[in-house]
Design a protein around this ligand. Sequence first.
Ligand code: HSE
Length: 399
Amino acid sequence: MAKIAVLGYGTIGSGVAEVLRVNHDLIAEKAGEEIEIKYILDLRDFPGDPLEDKVVHDFDVIANDPEVSVVVEAMGGVEPAFTFAKQALLAGKHFATSNKALIAARGADLFEIANEKGLNVMFEASVGGGIPIIRPIFSSLTADDILEISGILNGTTNYMMTKMAEEGSDFDDVLKDAQQKGYAEADPTADIEGHDACRKIAILTSLVCGKQVDFEEIHTEGITHISATDIQYAKAMGRAIKLLAMSRKAEHGYAAMVAPFMLKSSHPLFSVKDVFNAVFVNGNVLGEAMFYGAGAGKLPTASAVVADVVDIVRHKGAGNQMGWSKEKAVLADEKELSFAYFVRTTVDQAAVEKVFGEVEYVSAGIEGEIAFVTPVMDGAAFAAALDQLDGVLQCIRMD
Ligand code: HSE
């Protein structure tokens, strides 16, 4: 019997307990032995919960118990998660987590300790919820030069954009709904400002280049400035607005960014709706591949966490150590990437054409402004042109 400890008994931690209970027998069969939760670490007590007697408030109880072979972390945030992860590894325990903030910020430190100690650090659930994407990138796509990884990596914002576009829902109402459904982060600013997607594309880019990407260097925009009017224009063009996380190979390395995009209907990510996530990968020999599934929520995320635990137990820790080195990855400037841009402005067509030359105008019956699509241009050229245009109300990249 493998005994594990779960740190954090919130949405994901309680989901891990549920998955282990509901699929107990088949998990035991796949792992080669039963998996039992010995401890749950949380600040709170859970009177009436079937696992209430497992709750402890002191991490040392877990670190000092030699029976615990795997520590599962579902607390979120960098601290105290990092301190506990480090202590767990130093005490000889494998570590599995759904925490993208932790892996994006301190992953390389944990992989180093794990490598020295012959232990595993697993983090499949940290990107894309229940979608298998970490293992495929680390293990299955190693024959390719990865030219691009782009994805809808935040379920909350995708759910919000879908409801706003299809049902005309109000931003705040639909955010509350996403929180109630357990999709949003404890502080949903991380979702709507793009920080969550930023950590996730940093993890995928680190995996691809084998070096530590500094997520603070990734250009990040959220969806808070997207209005019902923008959605109206997108619909008029047969497009959808999606928050994309993107990493594309440019001349000087990977250029990574998180930003809203207006996607055409033939784009592989156009039809990804609600809480679903999808990751599009383009490899130089593979060509294109897509990974699609439930990107957030209690059970899909817990499914990926428990699968990591099964992997660890099944291989008795001798499985692949995934991860990357501590060496810093040098990112290219995202302004090297070229797109057409959708722009709304209060100035007239003559002023627009003086700056951008020939553009394509878009009509959605909105008065007091004009909207247009620029030719494809790189980010630096677009920024320079935009500086010369007055009355700008909005600009959104197109793909
Ligand atoms: N808040 C995240 C999301 C949870 O909405 O995608 C999954 O990482």
